[in-house]
Write a protein that binds this ligand. Structure first.
Ligand code: PMP
Length: 406
């Protein structure tokens, strides 16, 4: 992306013109939640202004219009992620929900002594549901270790895989370190021992062109609110054979074929996993967000963000005592750092006083913090609407905060 293009893109995001504490907002908390372009905001307003209705069951015009728009959004996601059939995309409330659908369903398919592997760099949402699953089934959770650079140890991973391994879980990009994991290779290794793979794509879907057929994953998750869409909506992708095998997560309306007090049969995909009234507006807005990102091009977005992250990292490292965690060769969009002798929270609070939004803490990835023996980090996470001038402003802000604290 050229400077001019980024300026045009910024004009699509009303919030970027906001002032915070008397300064122009500098938003660098994109890994937590991305901002929303007018195209998506207008989609939401249009939905509630013109065709708000419950879907799938209605014979009336509004219900039909809403149903068509919701299913069109599913088709947009299907195409975007290189998926064969629309019903392989399940609308969920987000990545956490998506992972819980799989973890909960797997409890019917695992037995005591089965092994499941989880990576050392997971978000809590990709750790806790598997621990709960292990408690229920007697399966054993094993951890794929990482090195100092924040890269998974593939030799150790290979040694952990065996015929007892039934499932493997890891994220595509780490939210705390920015590491991009070698998904296709890791999937192939898991499949060789017959294990299924779930990849948490919450951080990758906003930055990379993701073709799920090429990656070969069995399950993949994403959250719209990290992809220029609204909160409360996300997706679960599954290979058809897995979605058919997995029991439903919630019972209720929409997910049934036939109900009697003796027995209920479940609806076909995707409805089997979409009990109750879905987030209709959210689903439609998710589709609009993906279309918006594609109008710029995810390849261009990813390349720009990588350059910008590298630029900001190099500048930040000029600050004495500053250390960046996560120095993998293949990383993007996230800079997690500390300054010697200073608490991340203090730096974050001072940056906030300057209108700069970063995140501080363990980023829902306590095991990573334990690995580095730190309480947390300051995390600046970049999006394609961030600029080189903003990167300079971040660096100047951190330097100023350091001067004030030391
Ligand atoms: N996994 C990763 C890697 C994440 O970054 C996040 C969000 N911080 C999640 C899972 C959870 O996503 P959500 O809160 O949208 O369910």
């Amino acid at each position: 992306l050229k400077k001019e293009e980024v300026e045009n893109i910024r004009a699509d995001f009303p919030i970027l013109s906001e002032q915070v504490k008397g300064q122009p907002l500098l938003y660098l908390d994109n890994a937590a939640t991305s901002q929303t372009p007018t195209a998506v905001i207008d989609t939401i307003v249009d939905y509630y202004s013109r065709y708000n209705a419950n879907i799938h069951r209605g014979v009336h015009h509004l219900s039909q219009t809403a149903t068509d728009a919701f299913e069109e959004a599913r088709a947009t996601l299907q195409e975007h992620f290189g998926v064969d059939k629309p019903h392989q995309i399940i609308f969920t409330s987000g990545t956490t929900h998506s992972i819980n659908i799989v973890a909960s369903g797997m409890s019917a398919l695992l037995k005591s002594g089965d092994e499941i592997l989880v990576s050392a760099m997971e978000h809590h949402s990709n750790i806790v549901p598997w621990q709960m699953l292990c408690e229920k089934t007697g399966a054993v959770l094993k951890v794929i270790p990482m090195n100092e650079a924040g890269e998974l140890d593939l030799k150790a991973y290979s040694a952990l895989l065996n015929e007892r391994t039934k499932m493997v879980f890891f994220n595509h990009i780490s939210n705390a370190l920015g590491t991009v994991n070698p998904v296709a290779q890791m999937v192939e290794m898991a499949h060789r021992v017959g294990a299924a793979v779930l990849v948490d794509g919450a951080q990758a879907a906003p930055h990379l062109v993701v073709n799920l057929k090429e990656l070969g994953v069995d399950f993949y998750t994403a959250s719209a609110h990290k992809m220029c869409g609204p909160t409360g909506i996300g997706m679960l992708y599954g290979k058809e054979e897995w979605l058919l095998k997995l029991p439903p997560y919630q019972g209720g309306g929409e997910m049934i074929a036939e109900v009697t007090f003796d027995k209920t049969t479940y609806a076909d995909l995707p409805h089997k996993f979409e009990a109750g009234t879905p987030n209709v507006c959210g689903g439609i807005a998710f589709g609009a967000a993906v279309k918006y990102m594609n109008s710029i091009g995810l390849d261009k977005i990813g390349a720009y963000e990588e350059e910008l992250t590298r630029y900001a990292s190099e500048k930040l490292l000029e600050i004495p005592g500053l250390k960046i965690y996560g120095t993998a060769e293949n990383k993007t969009s996230v800079i997690s750092f500390n300054v010697e002798g200073l608490h991340p929270y203090d730096i974050g609070s001072l940056l906030d006083q300057m209108g700069i939004a970063v995140r501080t803490g363990h980023h829902c990835a306590q095991p990573i913090m334990d690995f580095y023996r730190i309480p947390g980090t300051v995390r600046a996470s970049f999006s394609f609407y961030n600029t080189y001038e903003e990167a300079d402003r971040l660096v100047a802000g951190v330097q100023r905060a350091v001067n004030m604290l030391q």
